[in-house]
Design a protein around this ligand. Structure first.
Ligand SMILES: Cc1cc2nc3c(=O)[nH]c(=O)nc-3n(C[C@H](O)[C@H](O)[C@H](O)COP(=O)(O)OP(=O)(O)OC[C@H]3O[C@@H](n4cnc5c(N)ncnc54)[C@H](O)[C@@H]3O)c2cc1C
Ligand code: SF4
Length: 338
């Protein structure tokens, strides 16, 4: 049994004050990841600071035509928000591809960004894991690594980031707004999560005494030509083996703008600007899509059980881009299933 204190933050400043005063405290929002981690003895916060009642539950239009999503907007409310459905259906589609309806009702936007890896060794305190206990070793590199990373790995950790929502946010070029004792700052989505390097215990560039307050979407939503393709062992309630967020802007048959981000393949959502640049100005056809897929996967490296992911990702990218170009989004099938 873990003993911990519980407090409720009365406002954002109070939440920041409380976390700054206690380095072993943790925020709790929906609790769908943190409570599991506490039950498994992976996380042992001395205090839970409940932020779930703070007024960060709205989706607001920004002056430049984008949207600002409060950190406590539940995943389900966000996916079905009319402005998200109309202007950022890629994001709605990615969220609806994740977890289950009950979990999405509880899970918050901020908590989704900060959910931890699903590597089984991370959850098993009887095994070495550099992310859980730095310096203890990585059980996955020589162990069962079917679900693990193929890009951006290190000798210390080959875990993946499990979020679907974050893959779409990376493709959409979102920004994460955070606040802490030194004030407010914004972090580009592509810089929010980290590669493991020699410090796999650090998932993000959020400082320990900072709180996520909002996620901002730029005006460009790619609402016409997009796909979130999630390849997994079961059709629902399973994390991605590989997922692809693909978004295109077309002029005639030519690609004016392209976005491509992958989930389930790295320690962070994997967006590749070189692959996107290679698509710009090209005819939207199979040859261009295969070239972009090869470029994106140029440094992919498989381990004993997950080499299949490289070809899976290659085919997935081509399929997702093809669907995006046709304007037949994957989200429709997700909605039917769910
Ligand atoms: C069975 C199961 C299946 C799932 N399947 C999927 C899936 O397929 N795809 C997917 O994307 N996700 C999936 N999830 C994960 C789920 O989406 C996350 O658990 C959820 O988004 C976390 O949000 P939360 O509000 O419950 O976070 P919490 O559990 O409350 O918190 C998670 C972490 O975030 C921190 N935190 C929370 N809010 C803030 C904030 N505002 N600022 C700073 N720190 C904060 C907490 O301190 C904690 O460390 C699944 C979860 C479960 C249990
Ligand atoms: S892959 Fe990362 S999380 Fe998994 S055992 Fe290795 S160090 Fe731990």
């Amino acid at each position: 049994m873990i003993n911990f204190q519980y407090t409720r933050a009365s406002n954002v400043a109070d939440a920041v004050r409380q976390i700054a005063a206690n380095p072993t405290a943790k925020f709790i929002a929906g609790g769908t990841n943190l409570v599991d981690l506490m039950k498994m003895d992976v996380e042992r916060p001395s205090r839970l600071i409940d932020i779930s009642q703070l007024p960060l539950k709205t989706v607001d239009e920004t002056a430049d035509g984008g949207l600002r999503i409060g950190a406590l907007v539940p995943n389900s409310d966000l996916a079905y928000h009319p402005l998200i459905e109309q202007r950022y259906p890629l994001l709605a589609s990615a969220i609806l591809a994740g977890a289950s309806a009950q979990l999405r009702n509880m899970a918050s936007t901020g908590g989704n960004l900060l959910q931890r890896t699903r590597c089984a060794y991370f959850y098993d305190t009887a095994t070495p894991c550099n992310k859980r206990q730095p310096g203890s070793g990585c059980s996955a590199i020589e162990g069962l690594n079917r679900g693990h990373a193929i890009l951006g790995t290190s000798e210390a950790c080959i875990a993946t980031h499990p979020s679907d929502m974050c893959v779409a946010l990376a493709a959409l070029d979102a920004k994460v707004h955070v606040t802490g004792p030194s004030g407010d700052r914004a972090i580009a989505m592509s810089d929010f999560h980290r590669l493991p390097g020699t410090t796999p215990q650090l998932d993000t560039n959020l400082n320990p005494n900072e709180m996520v307050t909002a996620v901002e979407l730029p005006p460009r939503g790619f609402a016409t030509n997009y796909t979130y393709l999630k390849i997994r062992d079961r059709l629902s309630y399973a994390f991605a083996l590989v997922s692809i967020a693909a978004a295109l802007e077309l002029e005639g048959g030519t690609i004016k703008e392209a976005r491509l981000a992958l989930g389930g393949v790295a320690h962070k959502p994997w967006r590749d600007v070189a692959a996107e640049a290679a698509l710009r100005g090209q005819a939207a056809n199979q040859a261009a899509f295969v070239h972009a897929a090869n470029l994106l996967l140029r440094d992919a490296r498989g381990y004993a059980h997950n080499s299949f992911k490289i070809e899976l990702a290659r085919r997935g990218i081509v399929r997702a881009l093809t669907q995006a170009a046709r304007g037949t989004p994957q989200s429709q099938s997700n909605k039917k299933v769910l």
